[in-house]
Design a protein around this ligand. Structure first.
Ligand code: SAH
Ligand code: SF4
Length: 364
């Protein structure tokens, strides 16, 4: 990786410091920040309200490139999965889901993931490295560029950290990126339109509550201690009671509450007994449960629950006033659905993620 800093890694405060140290006027910092984050222009030579020496220095002192797009696959449902290549030749993914007046971007926070959840394709590829804040932010820039090229109205309005990786395992970079996404001087997203999805890292949930409370989604998948530990090894470290306490204290606005992701797996977590555990766990929390059919991938021996099981499970929850919509995860035909992100190109979609990444490691 090159030593020269990428321009997207600087907050408005960093630009102020940088300008001050070089005796450029303080207001230039805000202007630079606006060119980058409000106008989305990554070429300092075009910054017409800045002096020529400042433009020249900016151009020389920073890297102004976004990472390369390796592959873009468009799903039948119009969502687009991008495989992005880092400067150290690693591949990660983002999924853009354009709608008419709002577009949601599912971003990655790590290349791979350490958490090892048994049902997740990203978990099966292992962990390569954390993404830096600018690599996280660059996903929004790439997405906005695509929206403009494809004549969609507007820019990315919602960001969800549901791509590759466990965002709270890369806390500092993720929070730095979220601060910049929500800075009104730049991208200006509402903190309630940025969602961090986590497998439940309790200390980091508490830190987030104090630092920058954004919307929270918890990948729960079972409210039975032993079962959850079998599915999600992190549960051994942060058991359900600790997770619940942190969630009760999380400052989510009443209107939104906390979202719980629940992957429905046949014969694993889809009985009425499982629903009872879930209702018990959610008691006292303003919750919405997204029921997601498990997305299949090569090498996994779990199947989605039947419609009948899902209906029973859903009724049990709604009779107890817990909304539980069944979510269709977009982009599945291009391996872009929830838990399917493993940096697969078109000719690799049918490969077992463990085999693919073992072979890639050999090639490097
Ligand atoms: N690591 C974070 C965010 C990325 S995963 C987390 O776990 O929350 C994004 C979502 O996809 C999570 O809710 C995850 O549990 C879900 N998921 C993982 N594997 C899946 C699969 N095979 N089918 C459907 N959803 C899956
Ligand atoms: Fe990691 Fe989330 Fe997949 Fe678990 S579900 S392995 S935490 S990406």
């Amino acid at each position: 990786m090159s030593d020269i800093k990428n321009a997207l890694s600087f907050s408005c405060l960093d630009w102020e410091k940088w300008c001050f140290e070089r005796t450029f006027p303080k207001f230039s910092a805000k202007q630079i920040y606006q060119w980058i984050f409000e106008k989305g222009i990554l070429d300092p030579h075009q910054y017409s309200n800045l002096s020529l020496p400042l433009r020249a220095e900016l151009s020389a002192a920073f890297d102004w490139n976004l990472p390369d797009v390796d592959t873009c696959l468009t799903s039948r449902d119009e969502s687009r999965k991008f495989i992005i290549k880092t400067s150290d030749q690693l591949l990660f993914e983002m999924v853009l889901m354009p709608y008419h007046n709002r577009s949601t971007l599912c971003v990655s926070s790590q290349v791979g993931c350490k958490m090892g959840c048994t049902f997740c394709q990203t978990g099966k590829m292992g962990f390569k490295r954390n993404l830096s804040s600018w690599e996280i932010l660059s996903q929004i820039f790439l997405a906005n560029r695509t929206l403009e090229e494809c004549n969609y109205e507007g820019k990315v309005t919602n960001v969800v950290f549901m791509g590759m990786g466990e965002p709270l395992d890369n806390y500092d970079e993720v929070v730095a990126a979220c601060r910049m996404m929500t800075d009104p001087r730049g991208l200006g997203l509402s903190p309630w339109k940025v969602t961090i999805s986590t497998s439940g890292l309790v200390p980091q949930i508490r830190r987030l509550a104090a630092d920058l409370p954004v919307r929270l989604a918890i990948s729960l998948h079972s409210a039975n201690e032993q079962k959850r530990t079998r599915m999600m090894p992190i549960n051994k470290r942060y058991p359900l009671s600790e997770l619940k306490q942190a969630l009760l204290e999380y400052p989510a606005p009443k209107r939104y509450g906390i979202t719980f992701e629940y992957v429905m797996i046949e014969g694993v977590n889809d009985s009425i007994e499982d629903a009872k555990h879930l209702v018990h766990f959610l008691h006292g929390i303003k919750a919405k449960v997204n029921l997601i059919l498990i997305n299949h991938f090569p090498g996994i021996e779990m199947n989605p629950s039947s419609k009948e099981r899902i209906d029973q499970f859903q009724s049990y929850l709604s009779e107890r006033s817990i909304p539980a919509p069944v979510r269709y995860s977009r982009g599945q035909d291009v391996s872009g659905g929830c838990g399917q992100l493993a940096a697969k190109r078109e000719n690799e979609l049918l490969l077992d993620p463990r085999v693919l990444h073992r072979d890639r490691r050999r090639q490097i």
